[in-house]
Design a binder for this molecule. Sequence first.
Ligand SMILES: *Cc1c(COP(=O)(O)O)cnc(C)c1O
Ligand code: SF4
Length: 354
Amino acid sequence: MRDHSRRSLTPLPDSKPPIIPLSTHCWHGPSWQQLLREAPLSLPELARRLKLDPAQLAGDATTARQFTLRVPAPYLARIEPGNPDDPLLRQVLPVAEELLARPGFTSDPLDEAHHSPLPGVLHKYRSRLLIVTTGACAVHCRYCFRRHFPYQAHQQGRAGQQAVLEYLAHHPEISEVILSGGDPLSLSDTVLERWIEQLARLPQLLRLRLHSRLPVVIPQRITAELLDILTGSRLTTVMVLHSNHPNEIDGDVVSAAQRMRAAGITLLNQSVLLRGVNDDAGTLAELSEKLFVAGILPYYLHLLDPVAGAAHFAVPEPEARQIHQSLLARVSGYLAPRLVVEVPGERSKRPLGS
Ligand SMILES: *Cc1c(COP(=O)(O)O)cnc(C)c1O
Ligand code: SF4
């Protein structure tokens, strides 16, 4: 083993500081807005960028029309060129298997239609209210449980926002609001700021939570302006990221996470257990270790919600429990996410203990 101690005691005059100074982080490429705009791709274009024969790619044009193929450039860059089985590619590639009807796989697996007191609002769990702020996402994950969500019927303008605030005022038991979607960070800073300002006026609220995949798929979204908005109110901010595979965490993601942490945001991660992506304890352990380096703690490992079109991603519950068991045997306790399943009608996510 190399001895690093001497070097730190007597640093050479030209030695680099061990920590990358966060404040000097600068991004010179396209803006996050441009990366978001350019996320929709055609199948031939995807094949070209990944140096794959279109025949090798096994993409399906019909499903690509039903739920558009969207993959932003920073995420695309982490897919291994020439590998049709890449675990990141599998999450975004429209395939013909999505057309197979399977018993139990439905368009509203979580019965969200029955837990929506107002358009764009889900109130399932007593103390937290989830707001579907937008239907837009940077990436389209083929296993998404909201892939059939009627976003049109749940659109909110300013009037909708007012109705949400009134609902909250009538439900003092709610102490945390979750901005979700779609992806709340695909909203402009102006819209986010308006939400946060309004919410912060309700004295009952302690925390603001965001559920977002953007810090992973377009880490450039985490600008200094956004951090000011997210931390500029009296609410404590929690960001729950969504990452499923260690290859999703590159230097830019780590840097974005470090900036959020430095701004005082608590960072958690949720993953979905996906066949052919992360259905083994080794991959999940590696993901946890990488998340920790970025200052993110693993929170939930979800069993796939049985949404129509995603059956080929399903890992049966007994196998999921086994994978989780061996993950527990590999990592520090705080690096093991809780294995959970959402059961419609229950008052919290259901833990699948051992
Ligand atoms: C998952 C979920 C939440 C958050 O649940 P936690 O267990 O607090 O993470 C809140 N509301 C809805 C509708 C949800 O689906
Ligand atoms: S980012 Fe989230 S909401 Fe959007 S498609 Fe992926 S899983 Fe669904």
